[in-house]
Ligand binder design. Structure first.
Ligand code: PRX
Length: 704
């Protein structure tokens, strides 16, 4: 079926025609040791036991004071979990393990240069480092409970140390992904009103020591433009005593951490006992409109949720060596490198660099050397590792009991390679579907109890009751072969509390669409709108099709079309810009920009370059478009709206669908001719799209 051919179904109900995959059972060896091995667990988390079922997760934590109300729904959709309880996240991830396992590695950090020594940081050592940095934040920077602090750190152990130090004092951390540009960081500093920025001089990527501090200067300047002054920049040094950046340190503002930490080295900072409802961190993410939004996560609900799901879905035991190859700058790293695994007292591995550096055997050498037995990554890395080193895993003597795929839909044949070659047929796989906003997993199989099905995430996670709605709010029944908008009917402890500083945007983005009665205090009237298209098979398993809003998921990173377009129109020649996804063999999707020029300007490679440069400097290199197309005009509706789906069809050599409602249908042929002949010349003609890819493209921008 082609884009636009939705004859018998409404827009939300894209018919999905693909073959059902066969189930694959986890091995007995895995199920025999699994944390979730009692089938009654599903009943414990059944709807009749909601919300008290989540006590089971909260009871995994150490509380200073037990809560009196598990869920308070008096001000929907601002749910409050474990009300009355007090705890500290840093205590739960560090201090409470000191008695039982002081000398077990909490973190093992693998630097990118293979000759550089791996660092094992024991729980005792982590405790020391966290206390010292907390003392620095409090006594040197003057930060207090409730203040925000921005980190712009790469994948180094200083990052989890800084997070746990902030958490110790109830300072709300906002870690900005290290690959984001200085400008993007500055916007997030301003939005969160941080006056302290913590950064690093440089880090290794693909064999190069990248200058990172240069971005701090850009960030501080952008924040100042937006009205937020940064008065202190703490700079870690990748090699203490040396400086990896070309930018000068700014007198009075910038300071090397290794110069000032000495007198804090032996400090003991008592963990502050905080209400479960206090914020733990902000994580900025892209949406349909406007600037990125700061998803605010709580201490009690969030920590309970990531601890519980790490136990049952990641199957983490304290004795495991667990490696999640994500970046801590994204929610996956917060929940499933730092907070969940450390709360359970396991050993969490962090890797600084690129998985294929210096060659495609690197991840498997790391796994072999460290004895990693749980491995967690995204489809984009799996595709890359399969492409460049399909036979590498077999050469190394490692054994994973469990593996995760997360962040984008995974093609069944990629899934099978992951299972057979990376997992050596031994590992149980979970395909976990969730979002920045949701704190932890929403959809997944329970690895020891439910069979895997390639390409499907599985049923709703424990205590999560998903539903698929059509545009009108009617349920799309399971097994109907039709897709719709996946929603979660109930609140859960990991859900974000609000959009930082914009509560109305929180309500509008996630709840307005399907709220049955805005006056109601009953959670049943407030389904959470996830913004993803999905189809539910007869067995209850969900297959996620991707975003229905204007978000493009590139290599598992969320990019808002609006942000890409705003960056493009900062170029003086550009009148209008539209961003669309193209199916990409490795990254899942890549971005293509369509640009129209202001009168008097003519198309040329220089304009294309300026657009690329603007995007890299406003957002970061991850957002670099695959192509920039300069077109005479954008296809538009009569009301002047750009029809992104039409150009997405062109970019993907798919049918553009019905264009009779356009104000300027003639432009479509022109654009198509220009773009497609150029793509042929560049050798970019895609193979025929699979049914899944078609559905993903159809889902894009459907909420327009
Ligand atoms: O479209 C879904 C996709 O990633 C989006 C969330 O992105 P982000 O907030 O960056 O969080 C990524 C880490 C959880 C979702 O709306 N997505 C996430 N996991 C899956 C997925 N799509 C398909 N399958 C998944 N397992």
């Amino acid at each position: 079926m082609a884009i636009g051919e939705t004859a018998e179904v409404s827009e939300a109900q894209i018919a999905v025609h693909w073959r059902e995959e066969e189930y694959i059972q986890p091995s007995r060896r895995f199920t025999g040791q699994a944390n979730a091995s009692d089938p009654a667990i599903r009943e414990r988390f059944a709807e009749e036991n909601f919300p008290e079922c989540f006590r089971e997760y909260a009871d995994l934590l150490s509380w200073d004071r037990y809560w009196h109300t598990t869920l308070d729904t008096s001000n929907p959709p601002f749910w409050r979990w474990f009300v009355g309880g007090r705890l500290n996240a840093s205590y739960n991830c560090v201090d409470r393990h000191l008695e039982t396992r002081p000398n077990q590695a909490a973190l093992i950090w693998v630097p990118e240069p293979e000759a550089e020594a791996t660092q094992a940081i024991t729980y005792r050592e982590l405790y020391r480092r966290v206390n010292a940095f907390a003392s620095l934040l409090r006594d040197y920077c003057g930060l207090r409970t409730g203040d925000r602090v921005t980190f712009h750190l790469p994948m180094v152990p200083e990052l989890p140390v800084a997070m746990l130090a902030a958490a110790r004092l109830g300072i709300v951390h906002s870690q900005v992904f290290g690959g984001f540009s200085g400008n993007a960081c500055g916007e997030r500093i301003a939005d969160s009103q941080s006056r302290v920025l913590v950064t690093m001089d440089g880090y290794y990527r693909s064999g190069e020591l990248v200058d990172h501090k240069v971005k701090a200067d850009e960030a501080v300047a952008r924040a100042a433009e937006l009205g937020q002054k940064v008065d202190r920049v703490l700079v870690f040094r990748r090699h203490p005593g040396e400086y990896a950046s070309k930018t000068p340190m700014v007198e009075g503002r910038d300071v090397f951490v290794d110069d000032v930490i000495e007198e804090h080295q032996r400090a003991v900072v008592a963990p502050v006992s905080l209400p479960a409802e206090a914020p733990l961190f902000l994580m900025y993410t892209s949406g349909t409109t406007g600037r990125p939004k700061g998803a605010q996560h709580s201490i009690g609900g969030y920590l309970a949720y990531v601890t519980g799901t790490s136990k049952y879905y990641q199957d983490i035991h304290p004795g495991d060596t667990y490696w999640c190859m994500a970046d801590i700058g994204w929610i996956t790293g917060h929940s499933y490198i730092v907070y969940g695994p450390l709360s359970l007292g396991t050993t969490s591995v962090m890797y600084e660099g690129v998985p294929t550096y210096p060659d495609a055997g690197r991840p498997w050498r790391i796994a072999e050397r460290l004895g990693v037995n749980i491995f967690h990554t995204a489809p984009t890395s799996i595709r890359m590792l399969r492409k460049v080193g399909p036979d590498e895993p077999a050469k190394y003597d490692y054994h994973f009991k469990h593996m995760t795929t997360v962040g984008e839909p995974i093609e069944p044949d990629v899934w099978r390679w992951y299972h057979e070659v990376v997992g050596k047929g031994e590992a149980a796989i979970v395909d976990t579907w969730w979002q920045t906003e949701t704190g932890g997993f929403l959809g997944s199989t329970i690895p020891g109890l439910e069979p895997m099905k390639p390409g499907s995430c599985g049923p709703g996670a424990l205590g999560i009751y998903p539903i698929v709605y059509d545009e009108e709010g009617n349920e799309v029944p399971r097994g109907s072969g039709k897709a719709g908008n996946i929603c979660i009917r109930n609140p859960w402890p990991g859900i974000m509390q609000t959009v930082w500083g914009q509560p109305e945007r929180f309500v509008q983005t996630y709840y307005q669409k399907y709220c049955r009665n805005p006056q109601s205090k009953d959670w049943h009237d407030w389904p959470y709108f996830a913004g993803d298209g999905a189809v539910q098979a007869a067995d209850g398993y969900f297959r996620i099709l991707g975003r229905v809003d204007d978000v493009i998921n590139v290599a598992g990173h969320r990019l808002g079309t609006k942000e890409l377009e705003s960056a493009s129109i900062t170029v003086a020649e550009v009148a209008e810009a539209a961003a669309v996804p193209v199916i990409d063999e490795l990254r899942g999707k890549a971005v293509e920009m369509y640009i129209s020029l202001k009168p008097g300007f003519s198309a040329g490679a220089d304009v294309e370059e300026k657009v690329v440069h603007a995007i890299e400097s406003e957002i970061g290199k991850i957002a670099r478009p695959k192509n920039v197309w300069i077109v005479p005009d954008m296809p538009k509706t009569r009301s002047g709206k750009i029809m992104r789906r039409v150009i997405a069809g062109i970019s993907n050599f798919a049918d553009v669908g019905d264009i009779t409602t356009l104000a300027n249908p003639e432009v479509v042929e022109q654009i198509k001719h220009h773009v497609q002949s150029e793509k042929v010349a560049r050798g970019q003609v895609p193979r025929e799209l699979s049914a899944q890819e078609m559905s993903e493209l159809q889902a894009f921008g459907k909420a327009d």
